[in-house]
Write a protein that binds this ligand. Sequence first.
Ligand code: C2O
Ligand code: CU
Ligand code: CU
Length: 485
Amino acid sequence: MEHERDEHRLRLSRRNFLGLGVSVAAGAAVGTLLRPGWLAPALAANELTEPPVLTSRKGVLKITLEEKILPVNVGGQVRNVWVYNGSFPGPTLKVRPGDQLLIKLKNSLAQETNLHTHGLHVSPSGNSDNPLLHVEPDETFDYQIDIPQDHPAGLNWYHPHAHGNGTQQIFGGLAGALLITGGLDKLDGIRHIDDRLLVLQSSQFDINGNVVTFGTGASGMGDPAKHTHFINGQLNPTITLEHDRLQRWRLLNATVTSLYQISLEGHTFFQIAADGNPFDEPVEMTSLVLVPGQRAEVLVRGGAPGSYNLQGTILQGPSNPTITLATANVLAKKGHGRNIPSTLIPLVDLRNFTVDHTRAIHFNAQGTIFTIDGKTFDPTRVDQTILLGALEEWTIYNDQTNPAVPHPFHIHMNPFQVTKINGVAVDAHSYQDTMNVPPNGNITFLTRFADFTGKTVFHCHIIHHQDQGMMSLFEVVAPNPYRRR
Ligand code: C2O
Ligand code: CU
Ligand code: CU
């Protein structure tokens, strides 16, 4: 099975190379695919593999991403999944601050789509990271996304964002990592640590291997306990570690609706980044909560030799099963115990600045109507107008109590610093762009609307809530030079 999978990936790489316009990055992609790990016969059965990598060259990543339903070996079976360039998850895009992304999106689905670069601090207008665009079936669209020179380095991602269609497209598999290199990667004590990408996805299939329509079948609203949970398109892959040696895991929750509490038996995590933003210091934890849309980077130190389950407890839905997402196999090897640095990258603490404006935002739902401040999404209605450069304090309320459902808040373009959870002050270790709002609870954050004007959105990152209305349009406007504030 593993051999078949490798064959499949290699075929894909050739296809990417020849057919799908990966001109600038093709060399890098093929180089990565052919690294010895893919061919080594000694590879453990079902050892964790990673999606193909497309790397920028001379400041540009020019690629075609084709969205299509294709038979792909996912979790050891050929299934008809919704994929970018035939890969589940999509290829990893690897860029640097200051780079330009030139992405030709080709829609070979039977429904409208578009592309969002989740976590990027870039323009939301024109053919940049514009969630209001419509790319119709058989159309192609040329995105140009300019990443600022001073952009933080870390793990971000890309996925479709066409209102009403996102649920099925992401449930089918359309998601990929977007890695910005630099920052922590260059830090003493971090840069020599091997890193691994772990893309979490969940889906549900009928007996023919087709992705079911989200929320139909036995599950009603889409119960994550009934989904199949993958890491990098594998079921319970093996992650090999060495005793006392550190590994850096970069986790992405690319599911539609699975809130996971993740832990590794016999081990702790040292979190070093959240949502593509570096921590100011490593934070040790026994488990990590990762809600849809969120990313976390953690260091793991191989414990006593043996086999350990990487467990995910699903925090919402009618049942809360604990599933095995992967198995860590710790070898008794020549690992050398490196120290974890005590400080990382300093946080510019927004609490030291004057707040220009305060807002309260209310999430709620009744049946299948999901609202923000009592309204469902309307792409023609601007709900919040914000002055460019303003430092704002927002409190997001989850008013839904019956049933009690969490709503992970996400905002495009500018990350935020959480300052309170349910009114109690907290000290954040980084900015983030996605944060769960517990039922009947609230979060408060500070954020500066820096660098970019234009219209974009915030929403619940449980994608079916978003598609059913829980999304809101805001506009950042340049201050009127003739008006005194
Ligand atoms: Cu990943 Cu608007 O979202
Ligand atoms: Cu986003
Ligand atoms: Cu929600």
